[in-house]
Design a protein around this ligand. Structure first.
Ligand code: PLP
Length: 470
């Protein structure tokens, strides 16, 4: 299996080569040359597999340049720290089942892909006898998932910028309590966009980038998308375990969405052959994607128009993975993709309203928006009905899922974070204090290691030059 760019300007590459780069050289995103296919009998033959075994099968469809035995070793190592069964399913009543994707070390779904990416990065770098210095900016979940996946690795270092004083105490502790030598936390005097701009400036300096072996593990990383595809297979298998003839039985998913990475993985799973009826996109108040899927017009917002909400990991102004969907929508024609993005540059939006009926008809996508008041009401009602506490992002999912229930079709909502991580909102909704286990309480009290820095590219360059692996 080879990978091409959505904009048509990249020589086809194997899976391992797409890992170390962010954007393709032509500014597009890497996509499989054609979607692999799995028939119903093969899918059925995977029913008895453990999560890591299933991951080996599904990732084996994409990473055809990695020997099966190596892949099996990496998936086993990636999910070894998760409690069994890695991804639990929990019915909460009203026809809705939660798919638990937040059992990993940072209590959010990004661990699912990042833990595998950590394994495969180290593997590829070893083969190449090379090193990589990951430079990123985070407002919370991505940075901590990356650090926990890459801590202690020999060939990778992490330089993670975060906005000083703007993360929750829990998020700060999750990152700054790591003392591994290859993890560098940098608290920048500024907001998240200032951090992001520093990353762009340094990564945009190609000489510096090459000399310092800079790389990224952001949400457009193809290995993350493919690793996330696995749990759609898993959830379908578990949701149909009790059926006498599960073949072809359709389920729907609702996905709390930001950069369109998680739900894109669902589209991949559907394309490969998982019987998925609807993929429902749940947005918060920053609902550019809900707007797009309802109207066909995509109009990204400015940083100033982007609200800080109580489901912060969904606070996006534009959705960096959307281009991969647009590529499929436009018949995999790079010229039409380039034309859409040219419209966007020139007029601030593109208009695909003529294609809008196909969003649901062909791809099964529906969408909806949830607000702060909706989150509070949903957290409360789920707790009253089932005794379960859900986090604000998952609550956005449940709220929108309830608007799209269909008789006889199970609705699976992806649980993208644990309530412990966003306890202020849980308390606001229910009056309850979320109890922290001993490990989490200890983490909050552990000594923290972070370098404070002005919003200054020269200072950041010097810091990296002094500490980068080479
Ligand atoms: C990252 C994140 C999301 C959004 O996922 P995308 O892949 O960006 O759509 C939703 N919820 C939580 C808790 C997250 O960390």
């Amino acid at each position: 299996m080879q990978y091409i760019s959505t904009r048509g300007g990249m020589t086809p590459q194997p899976f391992s080569e797409t890992l170390l780069e962010g954007l393709a050289p032509d500014g597009g995103l890497a996509v499989p040359e054609r979607m692999p296919r799995v028939d119903a009998a093969t899918l059925e033959s995977w029913r008895g597999l453990s999560y890591p075994e299933l991951a080996t099968e599904v990732l084996g469809l994409f990473a055809t340049d990695i020997p099966r035995g190596d892949l099996a070793r990496m998936t086993a190592a990636a999910y070894a720290g998760f409690p069994e069964p890695v991804v639990p399913l929990r019915p909460i009543g009203g026809g809705i089942t939660l798919v638990g994707l937040s059992e990993g070390p940072t209590l959010a779904f990004k661990d699912m892909a990042m833990q595998f990416l950590g394994q495969v990065l180290e593997y590829v770098l070893e083969k190449k006898d090379s090193v990589l210095n990951i430079l990123g900016a985070t407002s919370g979940d991505t940075g901590s998932a990356a650090e926990h996946a890459l801590r202690g690795k020999e060939r990778v270092a992490v330089f993670m910028l975060s906005p000083q004083g703007r993360m929750s105490p829990f998020q700060r502790a999750q990152m700054y309590s790591l003392h591994d030598e290859n993890v560098h936390n940098i608290a920048v005097e500024g907001v998240f966009d200032d951090c992001q701009n520093l990353v762009k400036e340094l990564a945009g300096d190609l000489d510096f980038k090459r000399a310092q072996h800079l790389g990224a593990v952001n949400s457009i990383n193809l290995a993350r998308i493919t690793a996330q595809t696995v749990y759609y297979f898993w959830a379908w298998l578990r949701a149909t375990d009790a059926l006498e003839s599960p073949q072809g039985f359709e389920v729907s998913f609702t996905v709390p969405s930001g950069n369109f990475g998680n739900i894109l993985s669902g589209l991949f799973a559907k394309g490969i052959g998982v019987p998925i009826r609807r993929l429902v996109l749940a947005a918060n108040e920053n609902n550019v994607l809900d707007e797009f899927f309802r109207t066909g017009v995509y109009r990204p917002r400015s940083a100033a128009e982007t609200l800080a909400t109580s489901s912060p990991s969904m606070d996006i102004s534009k959705a960096s993975n959307l281009e991969r969907f647009i590529f499929e929508l436009l018949g995999r024609d790079p010229q039409r993709v380039v034309a859409a993005w040219r419209d966007l540059d020139e007029q601030g939006f593109f208009d695909l309203s003529a294609e809008q009926p196909r969003f649901t008809g062909e791809f099964g996508i529906l969408s909806g928006t949830s607000t702060h008041a909706d989150r509070l009401a949903t957290i409360r009602s789920v707790h009253e009905a089932s005794g379960e506490l859900i986090d604000p992002h998952t609550a956005d999912g449940v709220k929108v899922a309830r608007e799209h229930l269909e008789e006889g079709v199970p609705m699976l909502v992806l649980e993208t974070a644990k309530p412990e991580k966003f306890s202020e909102t849980i308390t606001e909704a229910t009056g309850l204090r979320v109890a922290l286990g001993d490990d989490l309480a200890a983490m909050l009290d552990a000594p923290q290691r972070v370098t404070e820095m002005a919003d200054d590219a020269a200072a950041l360059r010097a810091f990296i030059e002094a500490r980068a692996l080479r």
